[in-house]
Design a protein around this ligand. Structure first.
Ligand code: AKB
Length: 310
């Protein structure tokens, strides 16, 4: 087992649920503390109720448990964030500042900050969105991630704090449900398919977005965090790609397993958010700097999702 004491902030979320499990396998149950606003019924022993907007509460956990790594996953996502723009900014930024300051003052060795494809907006090449593309996000969530990227870069430059980050595409997995995102349809669709229910999609048929299967997303996170410090050249956040598809294409891949599967399209306000995002992400830097390579394409993901959900 590796020696490190890890705190996961926001561990009840879609990514946190699976990442906590993986980190416990690597570091041992006793070395991983999960935390969130509320305790889930199935939370593991080492769970602490934490409001990460409370600086003192974050500091107390870090000091008391001699934390050496923090995964800061708490955030309000793109679609939910638009219901309360100022509250979203407050929560996303305050929790990040608390994690960064506590890490700086108490010498936390490594911090992970998830960014998102939501940092991109218009004025980019959507078919090949480069690492260095303009960041003009159309949502408050995207604004908070773009600002967060600059803050982690600042903490690295000014204080040498080793913060690492990925710009996640939509994450799709069977173990947990997303909440409040624009890419959530691509998880819900599988849950409806196995119930033989017709799926009503809140995005239009041809809305192509970058996505990634959960196993790839988790592996990318762990590989980034394990990479030697000198390999991490990008100190804002790395573009990360898995696959790209639209609702019509994911429906077609489901029909290979459920020929009677039906989908209808009823775009809502989330269509505007999706239209502001890239379609295909260029992740050359991640591949070059720490050897990133995804394993899953749409066909393999669909088979794996259906096999595990049914
Ligand atoms: C969302 O849809 O808001 C998230 C994301 C792409 O960051 N899944």
């Amino acid at each position: 087992m590796k020696k490190d004491t890890i705190l996961i902030v926001g561990s009840n979320g879609q990514l946190g649920t699976v990442l906590s499990h993986e980190l416990r396998q690597i570091y041992g149950d006793g070395s991983v503390i999960t935390s969130d606003l509320f305790k889930k019924n199935v939370s593991a022993d080492n769970f602490i109720t934490l409001d990460a907007t409370d600086y003192k509460a974050v500091e107390e956990i870090v000091v008391k448990n001699k934390i050496t790594q923090i995964y800061h996953l708490a955030a309000i996502l793109s679609a939910k964030g638009e219901q309360n723009p100022l509250g979203t900014w407050d929560l996303n930024m305050k929790t990040l500042f608390n994690v960064l300051e506590v890490s700086r003052l108490h010498k936390v060795e490594k911090v992970f900050f998830p960014s998102s494809i939501a940092v991109f907006g218009n004025n980019i090449d959507k078919e090949n969105t480069l690492q260095s593309s303009n960041l003009t996000p159309a949502t408050v969530y995207g604004m908070s991630k773009a600002a967060g990227e600059n803050w982690i870069h600042y903490y690295y430059q000014k204080y040498g704090l080793d913060v690492r980050s990925l710009r996640y595409p939509g994450v799709i997995g069977y173990q947990s449900l997303p909440g409040g995102g624009t890419t959530d349809y691509a998880v819900d669709i599988y849950h409806q398919a196995i119930k033989n229910a017709e799926f009503e999609c809140f995005l239009a048929a041809k809305t192509t977005l970058p996505m990634i299967y959960m196993d790839d997303a988790i592996r990318a996170t762990l590989e980034l965090m394990e990479a030697p410090r000198e390999n991490i050249i990008i100190r804002t956040s790395y573009n990360l790609a898995g696959m790209s598809f639209n609702p019509e294409e994911i429906a077609a891949s489901i029909k290979e397993h459920y020929p009677g599967f039906k989908i209808k399209y009823k775009p809502d306000f989330r269509q505007g958010i999706a239209d502001s995002w890239p379609k295909i992400i260029n992740d050359t830097d991640a591949r070059k700097d720490w050897n990133w390579k995804p394993d899953y394409n749409l066909k393999l993901m669909t088979k794996t999702m259906i096999d595990n959900l049914k």
